[in-house]
Ligand binder design. Structure first.
Ligand code: NAD
Length: 238
């Protein structure tokens, strides 16, 4: 990291592309690797539409637990550093695969949540999406009688095309892409950073280890996200 002398004042349209590794230091487990959620739970029983149709109560029990876990966690220095860059450079866009809402709790605003949010629910019968931060959620049904479902992208779900479009536009325009704590294995999100690379942006990957997309990045920082982001952004940025 010492060798990477990057002055954020040289960049005007920054995109942060973030994944579960950013929130790991807040105490939220990643999905893969040691301690990962899918080492303990089978996603086919808890995180896909078929599971929800089979047993909505069981799926909600799982998501209530996830909500309780996330509600007890705080944004870390990495989330705060990103929000601070955005405060100084309002064109900064955050594209996240995380569903935890920690970017917003750290003060960030322009956040594209590719995989939805734990803090919204959706009534599919009425095509209605509303914020909801109850833990546990009560009642689990909308007034129309249908179950609420978490407004998150489960295995097998499509991503919101509007979100993908916004992400693509931001990546096409950006001059600096900083990818943080993502394994690059969940598609189609994993392929998005390639757009910034092909558009000629400077690209940085922050991760504890190499990923299957590491070779695409010009700079690779092998540090914990919070320390790396704090160091990267400690130079004056206005
Ligand atoms: P992932 O679990 O596949 O990979 C996490 C990556 O973060 C790994 O490459 C790991 O090496 C790295 N990492 C772990 N700790 C780190 C740290 N302290 N600093 C830097 N890097 C660190 O996560 P993903 O790529 O985001 O994709 C998984 C999917 O999981 C996403 O769709 C996301 O919706 C979902 N998810 C979200 C949350 C959350 O909202 N916090 C948590 C778990 C999973």
């Amino acid at each position: 990291m010492d060798e990477l002398k990057l002055d954020l004042r040289d960049f005007h349209r920054i995109v942060f592309f973030t994944g579960a590794g950013l929130s790991a230091e807040s105490g939220i487990p990643t999905y893969r690797g040691h301690g990962g959620v899918w080492a303990e739970y089978n996603y086919e029983d808890f995180a896909c539409q078929q599971a929800f149709l089979r047993d909505p109560e069981k799926v909600w029990d799982f998501h209530d637990k996830r909500r309780a876990k996330v509600a007890a966690c705080e944004p870390n220095a990495g989330h705060r550093a990103i929000a601070e860059v955005q405060r100084t450079k309002p064109e900064t866009v955050i594209i996240t695969q995380n569903i935890d809402g920690l970017h917003q709790r750290a003060g960030a605003t322009n956040v594209i949540e590719l995989h939805g949010s734990l803090w919204r629910v959706r009534c599919e019968d009425e095509d209605l999406v509303v914020p909801n931060d109850q833990v546990p959620i009560e009642p689990r049904r909308c007034t129309c009688g249908a179950y609420w479902r978490p407004d998150i992208v489960w295995f097998g779900d499509m991503l919101d095309p509007g979100n993908i479009e916004r992400a693509i536009r931001a990546l096409q325009k950006c001059d600096l892409l900083i990818s943080v704590g993502t394994s690059g294995v969940v598609y189609p999100a994993a392929d998005l950073p390639r757009i910034a690379m092909e558009s000629g942006a400077t690209t940085i990957e922050i991760n504890l280890e190499d990923t299957r997309v590491s070779r695409l990045y010009q700079h690779r920082i092998r540090h914990a996200a919070s320390a790396a982001l704090a160091a990267l952004t400690e130079t004056p940025i206005c």
